[in-house]
Design a protein around this ligand. Structure first.
Ligand code: AMP
Ligand code: ZN
Length: 433
C-alpha cells in the first residue's frame, strides 16, 4: 500500500491529538497578529487548552467575517512574506481572498501529494489537470501536488474539449482531475468524435469541487473503465487536499495534522455526536499567512463512525460524501431536500445522460418543481410509449426519495446549459421569501 508520508499518515491517535493541541495553541497565538483576530480572541486563553475539543472555546469564523476583513484583515505575516493569492469561486457578494507564504504553498503541495499517492497514482503516471487554473484553487493546487509527486503534469485547464481528448490520446494520459460534470461531458464528446471512452489509457480520476452522488462516481468509473476518487477542499482552507478517498473508498480521510474538524448543527452551532450529519467546521493547524479558526464551511457531511480503523492503515478521520451546502437546501411545498438526492435518482437510470437541471417556480401561490433531464440519443427513436414509461418511473422514484412529485421533462443531449467549472444545477425562480 503506497504512502507519501507514512509516519504522519499513520500516526497513532494519541500522538495525532497531541500534535493538534500543540498546533492549535500555536495557531491561536499567531492569529493574534492579524487585525481581525486580535479583537476576536480577547477572551480566549489558549495556554489552558489540553485537548482538541478545547477548540470550542474559540468563536466561529464565517464567510462574512472574511468578506468584512477583505483584503489583508486576517493576514499574520508582513506583506513581503506573501507569495500567492487565491480566491473562492463564489458568485455572490464580494470575493474572499486567501494568501499564502512559500511554506504554506509547500505544505499544501505536500497534502495534495499525500492524496494522489493514496489512490495508487505515482510518478510513472501522466496527469492531465482538466480544471480551471487562475484564482480558483483546483488548478494550481493539484498542479503543485502532482509535480511534487513527480508526475508528468499537463496543465490543460478546462474547455476546448476536443483538444483535451487529443491530449489524452497523444500523451497517453493515465490520471485526470476534473469536476464530475465536466468529465462526463468529455465522455459525451468522445463518443460524438467516434472514440470509446474506455479505449484511452486512463486508469484513475480525481473528481471533486462540486457535490456529486455515489451513482455519479459509478457512472464515471463505468464510462471510462477507471477508478474515481472523491476530492474535497475549499479555497479558504487552501483548496484541494483537505479530504480525499483512499483505495478503500469508505469515506474521505481528512488530514488532521493540518485541519481540526468539528461537526455542528448548522442552525444552533452546537457540537453533534460522532456519526451525526451536520455542518463541517474546520480550523487550519499549519498555516502561516492566513490561519483560520473554526471556519463555518457551510458543507454538510458526517464523520464515518463505524468504530473500525481504515484498512489502509491511515489513522486520520474519515468524512462522508458532501451532501451539499447548508444553503443548497430547497424547500418546495414545505418539504426540505437537497438537489443531490435528485441526482442520486437520475443517475441510477441508464437511459439518462449526464446533464440535468432542477427548476423551482411559483405558479399562483403554489410551488412547482420541474426536473429537466438529458436522455441518451438512442431514446429519441420515436417510441413514445417507452418515453412515457420512463417519465412515470423517474417521477415515482424522485417522489419516493424527496416526497414532492416533480414534473419530469426530457431533453436531447447537449441542450441544457452546461458550465465548464462548477455545475449550476438549480434555478430557483421564486425570489427570496
Ligand atoms: P471553492 O472555495 O471555490 O473551491 O469552493 C469550495 C466548495 O466547493 C466547498 O465548500 C464545497 O461546497 C464544494 N466542494 C468542493 N469539493 C467538493 C466535493 N468533493 N464534494 C462536494 N462539494 C465539494
Ligand atoms: Zn483509508
Amino acid at each position: 500500500m503506497p504512502f507519501w508520508d507514512k509516519h504522519i499518515e499513520t500516526l497513532p491517535r494519541d500522538e495525532l491529538e497531541a500534535l493538534q493541541v500543540k498546533r492549535l495553541k500555536d495557531t491561536v497565538a499567531r492569529c493574534r497578529k492579524s487585525i481581525f483576530y486580535r479583537n476576536r480572541l480577547k477572551d480566549v486563553d489558549e495556554s489552558r487548552f489540553t485537548t482538541p475539543e478545547d477548540v470550542s472555546l474559540i468563536p466561529f469564523t464565517t464567510k462574512d467575517d472574511l468578506r468584512a476583513n477583505y483584503d489583508f484583515g486576517l493576514v499574520t505575516v508582513p506583506r513581503v512574506e506573501i507569495v500567492r493569492m487565491h480566491s473562492s469561486s463564489g458568485t455572490t457578494g464580494k470575493a474572499t481572498v486567501i494568501f499564502h507564504t512559500r511554506k504554506d504553498i509547500e505544505i499544501w503541495a505536500d497534502l495534495v501529494a499525500r492524496c494522489i499517492v493514496m489512490t495508487g497514482a505515482g510518478k510513472a503516471d501522466v496527469f492531465q489537470n482538466i480544471i480551471s487554473y487562475g484564482m480558483f484553487t483546483g488548478g494550481l493546487g493539484f498542479h503543485y501536488g502532482a509535480e511534487k509527486v513527480g508526475m508528468l503534469t499537463i496543465p490543460s485547464g478546462v474547455g476546448n474539449t476536443k483538444r483535451q481528448i487529443q491530449l489524452m490520446k497523444d500523451f497517453n494520459t493515465t490520471v485526470f482531475h476534473a469536476t464530475p460534470s465536466y468529465i462526463l461531458y468529455v465522455s459525451e464528446v468522445m463518443v460524438q468524435e467516434g472514440f470509446d471512452p474506455k479505449e484511452f489509457d486512463l486508469r484513475i480520476g480525481f473528481v471533486g469541487a462540486e457535490p456529486h452522488s455515489e451513482q455519479t462516481r459509478q457512472r464515471i468509473e463505468d464510462t471510462f473503465d477507471i477508478s474515481a476518487f472523491n476530492s474535497y477542499g475549499m479555497s479558504e482552507l487552501n483548496g484541494p487536499g483537505v479530504a480525499f478517498e483512499c483505495e478503500e473508498k469508505a469515506g474521505m480521510h481528512l488530514w488532521e495534522d493540518s485541519y481540526l474538524l468539528e461537526v455542528v448543527d448548522p442552525a444552533t452551532g452546537e457540537k453533534l455526536s460522532p456519526g451525526e450529519e451536520g455542518e463541517l467546521v474546520i480550523t487550519t493547524l499549519n498555516r502561516e499567512a492566513m490561519p483560520i479558526l473554526r471556519y463555518r464551511t457551510g458543507d454538510l457531511a458526517r464523520v464515518i463512525d463505524d468504530g473500525e480503523k481504515c484498512p489502509c492503515g491511515r489513522t486520520h478521520v474519515r468524512i462522508s460524501r458532501i451532501k451539499g451546502r447548508c444553503d443548497d437546501m430547497l424547500i418546495v411545498k414545505g418539504v426540505n431536500f437537497y438537489p443531490s438526492q435528485i441526482e442520486d435518482v437520475l443517475m441510477s437510470f441508464p437511459e439518462v445522460a449526464t446533464n440535468y437541471q432542477v427548476i423551482v417556480e411559483r405558479v399562483g401561490s403554489l410551488d412547482s418543481l420541474t426536473v429537466r433531464v438529458e436522455l441518451h440519443p438512442k431514446m429519441f427513436d420515436g417510441d413514445l410509449r417507452k418515453l412515457r414509461k420512463l417519465e412515470a418511473d423517474i417521477t415515482k422514484s424522485i417522489q419516493d426519495e424527496i416526497v414532492v412529485s416533480p414534473k419530469v421533462e426530457f431533453h436531447e443531449p447537449g441542450s441544457l446549459p452546461r458550465s465548464e467549472g462548477k455545475a449550476v444545477r438549480v434555478v430557483d425562480k421564486r425570489g427570496k421569501i
